[in-house]
Design a protein around this ligand. Structure first.
Ligand code: HEM
Ligand SMILES: *[C@@H]1O[C@H](CO)[C@@H](O)[C@H](O)[C@H]1NC(C)=O
Ligand SMILES: *[C@@H]1O[C@H](CO)[C@@H](O)[C@H](O)[C@H]1NC(C)=O
Length: 526
């Protein structure tokens, strides 16, 4: 009997080993065939981890650098060391790292169907922000994109500029005007974009910059939203250990409360839609609580979306997804740019001259904002040095390729096995001397004179999933900058420490951006 069991298990072990070997061999030959058909060569650059199974040493090194605020720079330094496309090999899985424009073009555009968002990101975000444009792939994503796009292709920005101006006035009130007191302009930008994004999306602002209107419910919502963001970041950072993380009860309470806050506006939008259907000729403002709506809030993303669907979950999820995509990103762009402007008085002066000469009335119009080339250079240069989304990941949907990284010279395609994560690093690509010149670490807007880096410059991504809010973001950043230039004569850096990355959902400065300003006369009198 015992003997039989022994024999049986031996047989079983043999069978397992044999089938694994056959499996491996079949996969090997299939991959080789696929590689050959696609002209793939061996990857030129391979980084081995010291601990060979899951690469624990690499993981720990990442964590150590994240802790000291050097994660992005560390990842970039590896690309400069190993090559702009390299593979990190472990026994259990490979990851591919790249900062090559050709590879990004393939992954994000020409070979779009072969790649999707990484599971790590979707699994981290969907439980907190629902399933919307930012957290889905395939047909669900295409559907999201189709219903959201019309809201971003509107012609008239004037009502949005008026809305931004109201919040800018609140920001201006919080700026010390004695010409010397330092303040954190980054904090103000993050408040500002929270206030404008919520008003744009839901028709009512959180008013974090306006104490007279900022309610307890608004305050709680902002905190809940931040808690959810923080948790999403921690989930993503846990990497392969993500599956073992359980979110706390208090976090689930925060999430449910944030969802309920948005649901109220969803219900309002649907009530308006229903009322409009029943009585198409009447102005519908009286069906909802008028006090909740800002005067002049002529545009409301949620209402526009509610014209296309009555699915409440879908409406809430999309609002949360777009809030996530829009708020921190625009604030980080402004903060990173002002960090450099404060350190370059000559650039600040030149930019100010452009604003004062181009803006004819009291407030900038959309046409005037679009006609400030030096401002666009400054914005591009900021997005180059400090890409707001500095790193991102895609995952191979099936066995596929990347066009460069293989062979002796690294110019041949490489094979990418189904499921392999490809990490792309824009921080590194945007600082490649072969694309931008030797002075890559210098903030020099003039370099954009005639520069056309193509797929070497990707702050808003590219291909079918290119940022939907790019125009919105550029208009908002331009508007705020132009208004600052109109209001302040000087901008002086007052940081106690050098710039250290703070990398959560976006990259900005860990210690804030402390400055002081000298106001123009009319602002000084505020
Ligand atoms: C400086 C500001 C911004 C930057 C740098 C930026 C950057 C990006 C990037 C890199 C992506 C691609 C993410 C990925 O596919 O993995 C993206 C997607 C997106 N962005 Fe932006 N964004 C900014 C502002 C905005 C604003 C203001 C909005 C909305 C008002 C917005 C809406 C979106 C949406 C909806 C997507 C998802 C597109 C899709 O997956 O089809 N973004 N953005
Ligand atoms: C509503 O939308 C959600 C999320 O987008 C989706 O999961 C659900 O199936 C939709 N419900 C209906 C009834 O279509
Ligand atoms: C900024 O970069 C974008 C994207 O590469 C480019 O289309 C645009 O022309 C640049 N703007 C200026 C003023 O150089």
């Amino acid at each position: 009997m015992l003997f039989n069991i022994g024999l049986a298990s031996l047989y079983l072990a043999y069978l397992v080993a044999f089938s694994t070997a056959v499996h491996g061999a079949v996969a090997y030959f299939r991959n080789r065939k696929f590689s050959k058909a696609n002209g793939c060569e061996k990857p030129r650059n391979v980084a081995h981890t010291r601990e060979p199974i899951i690469g624990l040493d690499f993981l720990l090194e990442c964590l150590r650098n994240a802790k000291s605020g050097h994660y992005i720079r560390y990842c970039a330094s590896r690309l400069f060391r190993y090559g702009f496309t390299y593979i990190t090999r472990r026994a259990t899985f490979d990851t591919i790292h790249t900062a090559d424009p050709e590879n990004l073009k393939f992954m994000l555009a020409t070979g779009f169907d072969n790649y999707k968002l990484a599971r790590l990101r979707v699994n981290a975000m969907a439980p907190l922000f629902g399933s919307g444009i930012f957290t889905t792939n395939g047909p669900a994503w295409a559907h999201s994109r189709a219903i959201l796009r019309p809201s971003f292709t509107r012609q008239n920005m004037a009502p949005l500029l008026a809305m931004m101006e109201r919040h800018f006035q609140m920001l201006l009130r919080q700026v010390p005007k004695d010409g010397s007191t330092p303040f954190d302009v980054q904090r103000l930008f993050f408040c500002f974009t929270m206030d404008t994004a919520t008003e744009f999306l839901m028709g009512r602002s959180t008013n974090t910059l306006d104490p007279s209107r900022h309610t307890e419910a608004d305050r709680v919502f902002v905190q809940d939203y931040l808690d959810c963001c923080f948790e999403a970041v921690r989930m993503i950072a846990s990497g392969p250990l993500q599956a073992f993380r359980v979110s706390s009860r208090s976090l689930r309470v925060s999430r449910d409360r944030a969802w309920a806050y948005v649901d109220r506006f969803v219900d309002d939008a649907l009530a308006k839609r229903e009322a409009r259907r029943l009585n198409p000729n009447k102005e519908m403002m009286d069906t909802v609580d008028k006090e909740d709506y800002e005067k002049g809030a002529e545009y409301n993303f949620l209402e526009e979306l509610a014209a296309q669907t009555t699915n409440k979950t879908l409406l809430r999820d999309q609002v949360l997804n777009v809030l996530l995509a829009s708020r921190d990103t625009t604030a980080a762009l402004l903060s990173n740019m002002f960090y450099e402007l404060a350190r370059h008085p000559e650039i600040f002066a030149k930019l100010r001259e452009e604003a004062l000469s181009k803006i004819k009335g009291e407030l900038p119009t959309e046409a005037e904002l679009n006609n400030m080339p030096y401002l666009r250079w400054c914005i591009n240069e900021s997005l180059r040095m400090y890409p707001v989304v500095p790193g991102n990941t895609r995952e191979a949907v099936r066995d596929t390729i990347l066009p460069v990284g293989g062979g002796e010279d690294g110019r041949s395609p490489i094979f990418v096995k189904k499921g392999t994560p490809v990490l792309y690093n824009l921080y590194a690509m945007h600082r490649r001397p072969d694309i931008y010149g030797e002075d890559v670490d210098e903030y020099r807007p003039e370099r954009w004179d005639g520069l056309r880096p193509g797929w070497g410059f990707l702050p808003f991504n590219g291909g079918p999933r290119i940022c939907l809010g790019q125009q919105f973001a550029l208009t908002e950043a331009s508007y705020v900058t132009a208004r600052m230039l109109q209001s302040f004569e000087t901008l002086v850096p007052r940081d106690a420490e050098p710039w250290v990355e703070f990398y959560s959902l976006v990259m900005c400065s860990k210690h804030g951006v402390r400055v002081s300003i000298k106001p123009v006369k009319s602002v000084a009198a505020m």
